[in-house]
Design a protein around this ligand. Structure first.
Ligand code: C2E
Ligand code: MG
Ligand code: MG
Length: 701
C-alpha cells in the first residue's frame, strides 16, 4: 500500500486542530492508511510537540484561539524549512487570503474544510514523497561530499522548487570567489559562463531536467575572477518526485583546463597553455625583476576569404601549415635562429586565425622585431593548398617586454592585441610594436585631429611673416609666411607638430590652400600703392606638391587674390627629390613658367645632390640653420656654406642663409658673399600688420 518502501518506518503525521471532532476524524482515517498519528489541540501545544518530536508532516489548522496556524507556521519555519518538514494548512473554504499568506510564509500545501479525504490523502502523499527524495539525496550528498573531500571537485546542489543553488567553497575557489562573494541563484553561475557556451549549457541542463538524458555531463568555459576563462566539466543527476518531475539537481564540477592545453587542429599548445606559460614566466621572473621577453600575436590575413573559396578542409590545412612554419622558423638548433637571441620559444594557436609566440630570455629590445621578421618570412613563402599556390600574409602585434615592468599575462596579451589591431588597420602584412605611450599618443592625436579640423573653420590658424633681408644693404627683400595654430586650450602649437598631422589626415590640402590664399591676400595689402614690392615665400609640403592639379590650384588662388606670380616663391624640401623626378619636374616647370620662384628649403639636411639642382627649375636655396649656427666656429660648416654659395652662383641660383642669430654670423656670411639672410638676429616671425609697419620704416642697419 505504501509505495515508499525504502522507509520501513511509518511516516509520522501531526494533526493540529482545536476542534476535537475534526482532529479525530483525520486521525482515524489516516491511521487506517498506515500513518503514525499524533495530535495537538492548539498552536502552543503544536510548537512544543514539533520541537520535541520528529514528524514527517504537519496538518495545521489556520483558525485556532490560542495561537493561530499562520503564527505556528512562521515559528516552525525559523528552524525547519519546507524540505525538512512539510506543513499542509487546513482552512475554511473561503479563506483564500490566509491561504495565500500561509504559502508565502512557507506552507507546502493546503486542504480545505470539510475535508475531501481522497484529495487530502493525495496531497499528503506528494509532500511525503518529496520529503523522502530530499532525505535520500541528502544522504548521498553527504556520502558524495565525503568521497570528494580534499579532491579537486566543487559541489553544487540546485533546489528546483525554490530556485536556489548551493555552491560549495571548492566550487567557488575554482573561479576565484570567496565564501561571501558568490550568490545562490542559477544566474550567478550562468552569468560567468562564456557567452558562446551559455546556451548550450542551459540546454543540457534543461534536457536532463526533462528526463531526456540519464545524467548531465557538460564541458564549458567560465570566467575566473582574474579575467581568464577556465574549462570546467560539470556532472549532475536530478532527483525526481513520484511524478517524474525533477525536484533537485546536484553534482560536481571539475577544472579541466589542463586537459584542454592543446589545440585539436594543429596539436600545438592552445591559448590556455600559452597563458599559463606566460603567467608562470612573469611570476617567476617578477621575483627576480630582470630579463626580457617578447610576445607576438600573429594574425593570418584573409583566412575567412580563403576558407570560403577553397573550403573548410583547405582552411584547416592552411592553419596547420602556418603553425608548423612558425615553429620551424623559431627552432633554436638551426644556426640562423641564434640570430634572434632568445632562450626558448612557445608557439600556440590563440584563436581561429591567430597564433601567439612567447620568446623567453630575449637579449634586448631589438629581439622582438627580429623574431617578427623571421616569422613573416616563414609565413609568406608560397604554399600549395588544394592545388592552389598561395602566398599568405600575417599581421602582427608585438610586445617587447621587460620583467621589471611588472605586467601580468593578461596585460601583456592586451597590449599585443592592441598593437595587432593597429597593424591590421594599416592593411595586411604589417606589424606594430606596442609601446607604453602608444595608446595615450593615439588618443591625444585623435583629439588633435578633431581640433585641427575645427581650427580651420574657426579661424584658429594664422600666419606670421618672417622678414628676409638683403645682407649687403640691410633692406627687406621679402618674407616667409609661417603658419601658427592658436589652440584654445593648448596655446600655440608649432607647425612642426600640426603640419605632419595635417599631412597624415589629409587636412594638408585644405590648410595649404588656406595658407596660400591668406598669404597672397596679405601681400596684396602690403603692396597697395607701393613701387618696391617685396617677395613672398610660402612653404609647400611634399604631399601638397604631389596633389593632382597643384599647378592649377596655385594659379587659381593667384588669380583670385590678384597676386603677382613673380613675387611668389614656393619653398619645398629636398625630400621631394626622392619622388618621381619626371612628374616633379613637370609640376615645378609649370609653376616656374608662370614666374613663380622655387626654393629648396633646409638645404643640406637631406638628399642634396647637384644633379637635381641642374635638372630642375630651382631659383633659390635656403641653407639650413644648422650650418649657419656653426658657421662662425666650425671650419667644416664654413666650407659647406662656402661651396654651396659658389655652386649656386655658377648655376644662377640665389641663396638665403636661414637662422642667423648673431652679429658674427651676419658678418661672416657677408664676407662669404651670401645674398640674403633670415633669422632672429634680424626679426622673429611677426604679424602681417607689424610687417606692413616695417616696410614703411628705414632699412635695418
Ligand atoms: P622652415 O620653412 O624652415 O621655417 C623656418 C623655421 O625656422 C620657422 O619655424 C622659423 O620660426 C624658424 N626660425 C627662423 N629664424 C630662426 C633663427 O634665427 N633661429 C631659430 N632657432 N629658428 C629660426 P616655424 O615657424 O616653427 O616653422 C617650422 C617649419 O614648419 C617650417 O620650417 C616649415 O617647414 C613648416 N611650416 C611652417 N608653416 C608652414 C606652412 O604654412 N605650410 C607648410 N607646408 N609647412 C609650414
Ligand atoms: Mg620654409
Ligand atoms: Mg627652413
Amino acid at each position: 500500500m505504501d509505495e515508499r518502501t525504502t522507509d520501513n518506518q511509518a511516516p509520522r503525521i501531526l494533526v493540529v486542530d482545536d476542534n476535537a471532532m475534526n482532529r479525530d476524524l483525520l486521525v482515524r482515517r489516516l491511521a487506517r492508511q498506515g500513518f503514525a498519528m499524533d495530535t495537538a489541540s492548539g498552536g502552543l501545544e503544536a510548537l512544543e510537540k514539533v520541537a520535541k518530536n520528529s514528524y514527517d508532516l504537519v496538518l495545521l489548522d489556520i483558525n485556532m484561539p490560542d495561537l493561530d496556524g499562520i503564527s505556528v507556521l512562521s515559528q516552525v519555519r525559523e528552524t525547519k524549512d519546507q524540505s525538512e518538514l512539510p506543513i499542509i494548512m487546513v482552512s475554511a473554504r473561503d479563506a483564500s487570503d490566509s491561504i495565500a499568506e500561509a504559502i508565502n510564509k512557507g506552507a507546502n500545501d493546503y486542504i480545505t474544510k470539510p475535508v475531501d479525504f481522497p484529495v487530502a490523502q493525495a496531497r499528503i502523499r506528494t509532500q511525503l514523497d518529496v520529503l523522502q527524495t530530499h532525505k535520500k539525496l541528502k544522504e548521498s550528498e553527504e556520502r558524495y561530499a565525503l568521497a570528494f573531500r580534499g579532491a579537486n571537485d566543487g559541489l553544487w546542489d540546485w533546489d528546483i522548487q525554490n530556485g536556489r543553488v548551493y555552491f560549495s567553497q571548492r566550487w567557488k575557489d575554482m573561479l576565484g570567489y570567496g565564501q561571501e562573494e558568490f550568490g545562490n541563484q542559477p544566474d550567478d553561475w550562468f552569468n560567468l559562463v562564456h557567452p558562446e557556451e551559455v546556451e548550450r549549457l542551459k540546454l543540457a541542463v534543461e534536457n536532463h531536467l526533462l528526463g531526456q538524458s540519464d545524467a548531465l555531463e557538460h564541458e564549458y568555459r567560465a570566467l575566473h575572477k582574474d579575467g581568464t576563462f577556465r574549462w570546467l566539466l560539470t556532472r549532475g543527476v536530478a532527483s525526481r518526485g513520484a511524478d517524474g518531475q525533477a525536484v533537485r539537481l546536484s553534482g560536481s564540477q571539475t577544472d579541466v583546463t589542463r586537459t584542454k592545453a592543446y589545440d585539436p587542429i594543429t596539436s600545438i599548445p592552445n591559448k590556455f597553455l600559452f597563458m599559463d606559460r606566460l603567467e608562470w614566466l612573469l611570476d617567476k621572473e617578477r621575483r627576480k625583476r630582470r630579463g626580457r621577453y617578447a610576445v607576438l600575436l600573429i594574425h593570418i590575413d584573409r583566412l575567412d576569404e580563403l576558407r570560403q573559396t577553397l573550403g573548410p578542409v583547405a582552411g584547416e590545412e592552411i592553419i596547420i601549415n602556418a603553425a608548423y612554419r612558425l615553429i620551424d622558423s623559431l627552432r633554436v638548433e638551426d644556426s640562423v635562429s641564434r640570430l634572434f637571441e632568445a632562450e626558448a620559444t612557445t608557439v600556440s594557436r590563440h584563436d581561429e586565425a591567430d597564433f601567439a609566440v612567447l620568446a623567453e630570455g630575449c637579449r634586448d629590445e631589438s629581439t622582438a622585431p627580429k623574431i617578427a621578421e623571421r616569422l613573416r618570412q616563414a609565413i609568406t613563402k608560397p604554399m600549395e593548398v588544394a592545388g592552389e599556390n598561395l602566398v599568405l600574409t600575417a599581421s602582427m602585434g608585438i610586445v617587447a617586454g621587460a620583467m621589471e615592468e611588472g605586467l601580468d599575462a593578461t596585460e601583456v596579451i592586451a597590449h599585443a592585441a592592441s598593437a595587432l589591431s593597429r597593424a591590421r588597420r594599416k592593411g595586411p602584412g604589417n606589424y606594430e610594436l606596442f609601446d607604453k605611450h602608444m595608446q595615450q599618443r593615439a588618443i591625444a592625436r585623435l583629439k588633435m585631429e578633431t581640433d585641427l579640423r575645427r581650427a580651420v573653420a574657426d579661424g584658429q590658424l594664422a600666419l606670421h611673416y618672417q622678414p628676409i633681408v638683403k645682407l649687403d644693404s640691410g633692406e627687406i627683400a621679402g618674407c616667409e609666411a609661417l603658419a601658427r595654430w592658436r589652440h584654445p586650450e593648448r596655446g600655440n602649437i608649432p607647425p612642426a607638430e600640426f603640419i605632419p598631422l595635417a599631412e597624415e589626415t589629409g587636412l594638408i590640402d585644405l590648410i595649404g590652400d588656406w595658407v596660400l590664399e591668406e598669404a597672397c591676400t596679405q601681400h596684396q595689402k602690403w603692396s597697395d600703392g607701393r613701387a618696391d614690392k617685396v617677395d613672398l615665400s610660402v612653404n609647400f609640403s611634399l604631399l601638397q606638391m604631389q596633389r593632382d592639379g597643384v599647378e592649377d590650384r596655385v594659379m587659381d588662388i593667384l588669380n583670385k587674390t590678384g597676386m603677382d606670380p613673380r613675387r611668389l616663391k614656393i619653398e619645398i624640401t629636398e625630400s621631394i627629390f626622392m619622388e618621381d623626378m619626371d612628374r616633379i619636374k613637370g609640376i615645378l616647370s609649370a609653376l616656374n613658367d608662370e614666374g613663380i620662384g622655387i626654393a629648396i628649403d633646409d638645404y643640406g639636411t637631406g638628399y642634396s645632390s647637384l644633379s637635381y639642382l641642374k635638372r630642375l627649375p630651382i631659383t633659390h636655396l635656403k641653407i639650413d640653420r644648422s650650418f649657419i649656427g656653426d658657421v662662425s666656429s666650425d671650419i667644416a660648416a664654413q666650407a659647406i656654406v662656402q661651396s654651396t654659395l659658389l655652386m649656386a652662383q655658377s648655376l644662377g641660383i640665389e641663396v638665403v642663409a636661414e637662422g642667423i642669430e648673431t652679429i658674427d654670423q651676419e658678418a661672416l656670411l657677408k664676407v662669404l658673399k651670401a645674398e640674403y639672410g633670415q633669422g632672429y638676429h634680424f626679426w622673429r616671425p611677426i604679424s602681417g600688420d607689424d610687417f606692413a609697419a616695417l616696410l614703411t620704416r628705414p632699412a635695418h642697419p
